[in-house]
Design a protein around this ligand. Structure first.
Ligand code: HEM
Length: 379
């Protein structure tokens, strides 16, 4: 079997039919010819992501889908690219960053996030319906927040939003976008060394080299843009399309049900033979994970295909991964989503789609699932 990248054409929120009902671990043919595995249950995923015998190093892994950078496999991670490192290298970066991404710091951002949301809602109200929710609301909120956190000037947003998008798009010019962002962030890092502020990049200048810091800043800038923004817009689409009223518990359920990180984006290579859910993964084999399928695991979630904001077990989703690489930005993302959805539905209780659902353009085939735009109107 090969890994499809798109969702089920009959319901774009569901994983493709051919990935449903598979055993916990299935044989998967990789685009480079490698015969690896696909993990589709929560138990298998927790083993693969939690067992130190599995490696995140990209020179050990085979890419399960073509959207990963051409030539990504075989090329070791550059300094600072900690998502593709194992301990002890990963641990060093992760400790430094966890010290910056504290829940306390994220909570302090809450009033600022609420203000940013309110300003954008005012602008939407002033413009009047219909409005594209992605450009008017879902993208600017996480973009402004990550800029403030990192100390990146938001005035330059068109430049880095365009490059961020190219980094996760199915056939984006990854090398060109990376080079542009590295040049831009290099300037910024040199400036922060000379004149530190109270932002996150300045806070790391004492511990990381320029090269490391540029890569770390790039990861955070791209991750800060391409995840929460997609989640915000896609979540609104899902609620409106299904006629589900928003309630606070909906954030975890939407994270589960939508699983925006696409099939194969997390993957690991076995450094030794390891048994996973009853099968033997041999040293050197790559295991790809399908988070959209894992989050519909009927062994964990009752009636998994139903979007149910009141679902108690929703928090058991693996949308932020698991183990040592579990999402660094998850507290920030949760706060942005809670404030983002809450403020929107409070201001516009009569929010509705301004086009038939089938006309909403989906971002398929890339590392992150979302909508390219979302025309909305209100009463
Ligand atoms: C890691 C999902 C938001 C920064 C991850 C992983 C997932 C994920 C699945 C694990 C990848 C793996 O194990 O290979 C998400 C989702 C988000 C979100 C669904 C929003 C809804 C963010 C934000 C930031 C961020 C806002 C930063 C500001 C990171 C970083 C890692 C990561 C740096 C790598 C951590 C490591 O390797 O130690 N994310 N993420 N994410 N995420 Fe997120």
């Amino acid at each position: 079997m090969r890994l499809p990248t798109d969702r089920d054409p009959r319901c774009p929120f569901d994983p493709p039919a051919e990935l449903r009902g598979l055993p916990a671990m299935s044989r998967l043919e990789f685009p480079d010819g490698h015969l690896g595995w696909l993990a589709t249950t929560a138990e298998a995923a927790r083993t693969v992501l939690g067992d130190p015998r599995f490696s995140a190093r990209r020179e050990l892994k085979h890419a399960p889908v073509r959207f990963t950078t051409p030539g990504e496999t075989g090329r070791p991670a550059p300094p600072g690219f900690f998502g593709a490192m194992d301990p002890p290298e990963h641990t060093r970066y992760r400790r430094l960053l966890t010290g910056q991404f504290t829940l306390r710091r994220m909570r302090l951002l809450e009033p600022r996030i609420a203000r940013i949301a309110a300003e954008h809602l005012d602008a939407m109200a002033a413009a009047g319906p219909p409005v594209d929710l992605v450009s008017a609301y879902a993208l600017p909120i996480p973009s402004m927040v990550i800029c403030e956190l990192l100390g990146v000037p938001y005035e330059d947003h068109e430049f880095f939003q365009e490059r961020s998008l190219r980094l996760v798009a199915p056939d984006g010019d990854v090398d060109g976008a990376t080079a542009d962002l590295a040049a831009y962030l290099g300037e910024l890092v040199r400036h922060k060394r000379a004149e530190p502020g109270d932002d996150l990049i300045s806070g790391l200048t004492g511990d990381l080299s320029d090269e490391e810091l540029i890569t770390v800043a790039m990861i955070l800038l791209v991750a800060g843009h391409e995840t929460t923004a997609n989640m915000l817009a896609l979540g609104v689409f899902a609620l409106l399309e299904s006629g589900t009223p928003y309630e606070e518990g909906a954030v975890e359920e939407l994270l589960r049900w939508l699983s925006i990180v696409q099939h194969g984006a997390p993957s690991r290579a076995a450094k030794q033979d390891v048994e996973v859910a009853g099968v033997l993964v041999r040293q050197g084999e790559t295991v790809a994970l399908s988070l959209p399928v894992i989050n519909r695991d009927p062994g964990v979630f009752d009636r998994p295909d139903v979007l149910d904001p009141g679902r108690e077990e929703a928090r058991r989703h693996l949308s932020f991964g698991h183990g040592m690489h579990q999402c660094l930005g998850q507290q920030l993302a949760r706060i942005e989503l809670r404030i983002g959805y809450g403020a929107l539905f409070e201001r516009f209780p009569g929010l509705r789609l301004a086009v038939p659902p089938a006309q909403v353009p989906l971002k398929q085939g890339g590392a992150v699932f979302g909508v390219a735009c979302l025309p909305v109107a209100w009463d």
